[in-house]
Design a protein. Sequence first.
Length: 134
Amino acid sequence: KKEVIMTLKEFRESYHNATGKASELARSTNYSLIAIVWVLCGQDLDKVANYRCVLIWLLLSLAIDYLQYLIMALLGTLKYRCEENKVKDKSKIDETVTNGYPEITPYLTTTCFILKFVFALIAVCCLVGKLTNL
């Protein structure tokens, strides 16, 4: 049996595709849950207070989702600019440099990735708890 070995670029693309789809699903779920709370509450602000816990966790999950992409964009740009300044001939910047991020980036983005799902799960648990106590 021959082992298939992915290149670093292929692995990175596969990782970004998988996490991107998961993030998209998490985002859609968060927005759907916010819509459910909106429908349950209608115009009654007193009811909104009952679902405050759910809304806070959902908003935290969305904030962490956006933070993850912000971290990737900022640190990736920073890394590229640092490497760009080291190389005199800009056409010779290595692909691994332009696609690379500082070493801390995977830890930060993975933490954000996990937290947004944890926060969404907590929001779902809060919502189920509120709905079963009606």
